[in-house]
Design a protein around this ligand. Structure first.
Ligand code: ZN
Ligand code: ZN
Length: 467
């Protein structure tokens, strides 16, 4: 522990900040919440994900997709996939052709599953670069901006790409057999390509995280189709993680787990939240060069009473409670953890009681997890304990959120969610108590639902960082 850090109070997690991932770089650049205005440039320079290198890109496919491919091969029953899968686990012996064939087999399977979920004859799914498109095709791109780059998938299983001409070489490797590609130039604009792609389509399930301008363009077309949320199609596909996805998430979780002692040691009096965040980002990348930092929240003193504080320039003071909430993306999948510590002895005499209450609430929520249990029951397990301790009004958010390709995705552990837990679901358990203008405590771990209970992907306990 660093100088001035007398008592580390615990580890925990956040309530959920908006962050939409997908391509590592993409997500952070598109969705990361900006820091306090004056700090924005500094924060970006410290935490902006590094561009993925060819090596890290291949690592995703070698380390993560192989397991998926193995399952795919069995599901599809495709001899081609089966034969490439076995070799896929031993990259040194795999030809590039087989490698690409296996990836395409996964893409074709996922596209077929998505098409099968389109309920209306002639309806279509339109996705732009983001988590859903990455899930279906492995394609990611963070620079499309105002240029429409989209995949249009129809109920009959056909699909085609709408691509800015300058991006065609990047999309080509992701095209599967029979897929058309309509390139458009800046001088032409994407309007004609979009109109042609949806002509005669009564309903388009439109990427709900795409730029609103694209949707407005769609609705302005003559005989415009009805628009519905793409999540209606993709949600069920991504809800339960398969073996490969869980392996990736465990690896991602290990990176943040291992960094906890170092993160706590960074919290010394006189250092600003931004300086600590910078050190934390550097430490995470140093530990896992293939990972990118997805987000960091450093909330010291009264800022810890704000569940989603924007890391700023306030220096820590002796006795401050500090919430550290951070995650990385590794092999395409996220981790998310929160630690609460203090700079020396906590200044506020109520800290220990609040911390103990939050920790006990977290344990009760974890104990409630098993297949068939409604999400609301897990929330109730944590909330009832906090309410009994008299802090019900200070538990300001749901108990947890799903985690995977995105920091926040279904299922949500909240009192109005009757959805039943299923094996393969992954979500945070992160109760918190926030006493305005004084301090806050939040504890977060990531849990996965197993066949008969629960497994924690990361599980730092209070004992891990207590001095
Ligand atoms: Zn978190
Ligand atoms: Zn979280």
């Amino acid at each position: 522990m660093g100088d001035g850090l007398i008592a580390a109070v615990g580890t925990l997690g956040p309530g959920g900040r908006p962050l939409v991932p997908h391509h590592r770089g993409n997500l952070e650049r598109r969705k990361a919440v900006p820091a306090v205005r004056s700090d924005r440039s500094a924060r970006r320079s410290l935490c902006t994900p590094r561009p993925r290198t060819p090596t890290s890109y291949l690592l995703i496919f070698y380390l993560v997709l192989p397991l998926s491919a193995s399952r795919i091969g069995k599901e599809v029953g495709a001899a081609k996939a089966e034969e490439t899968t076995s070799g896929f686990l031993f990259p040194a012996f795999v030809s590039l052709i087989n490698f690409v064939q296996t990836l395409h087999a996964q893409t074709e399977l996922r596209l077929a599953r998505a098409a099968a979920r389109l309920p209306d004859p002639g309806s279509a799914l339109l996705l732009t670069p983001g988590a859903d498109l990455w899930y279906l095709t492995g394609f990611e791109h963070s620079h499309a901006g105002e240029r429409l780059l989209a995949l249009v998938l129809r109920q009959d299983g056909s699909s085609d790409w709408i691509v800015p001409a300058m991006n065609v070489p990047q999309v080509e490797p992701h095209r599967v057999a029979g897929q058309a590609l309509r390139a458009w130039t800046d001088a032409e604009t994407f309007g004609p390509a979009l109109a042609a792609a949806v002509r005669g389509t009564p309903t388009v399930y439109f990427d709900e995280e795409a730029r609103a301008g694209f949707l407005l363009d769609l609705l302005a077309l003559p005989n415009a189709p009805a628009a519905r949320r793409s999540g209606e199609i993709l949600r069920g596909l991504r809800l339960c993680k398969d073996t490969a996805e869980l392996a990736a998430m465990r690896a991602s979780a290990r990176v943040v787990d291992d960094a906890i002692p170092e993160a706590v040691a960074f919290c010394r009096a006189g250092r600003t939240e931004l300086e600590i965040a910078a050190d934390l980002c550097a430490a995470l990348v140093r530990r896992a060069p293939a990972a990118t930092v997805a987000f960091t929240i450093v909330a010291g003193g009264p800022h810890s009473a704000l569940p989603h504080h924007e890391t700023g320039i306030r220096p820590l003071e002796p006795g401050d409670v500090v919430i550290l909430d951070f995650g990385v993306r590794l092999h395409g999948y996220l981790s998310d953890i929160t630690v609460t510590c203090s700079v020396g002895d906590p200044r506020d005499p109520e800290v220990s009681r609040v911390y103990r209450t939050v920790w006990e609430a977290q344990q009760q929520a974890i104990a409630a997890i098993r297949p068939g249990v409604p999400c609301r029951d897990v929330d109730a397990a944590a909330r009832s304990h906090i309410q009994a301790a008299g802090y019900g009004e200070q538990f300001l958010h749901r108990t947890g959120h799903g985690l995977g390709i995105q920091v926040h995705e279904p299922p949500y552990l909240v009192g109005n969610n009757d959805e039943l837990l299923e094996e393969g679901m992954v979500f945070s358990i992160e109760p918190g108590i926030y006493l305005a203008d004084r301090f806050g405590v939040r504890l977060e771990v990531i849990a996965s639902v197993t066949a008969d209970g629960v497994a924690l992907l990361n599980a730092p306990s209070a004992a891990d960082i207590r001095t």
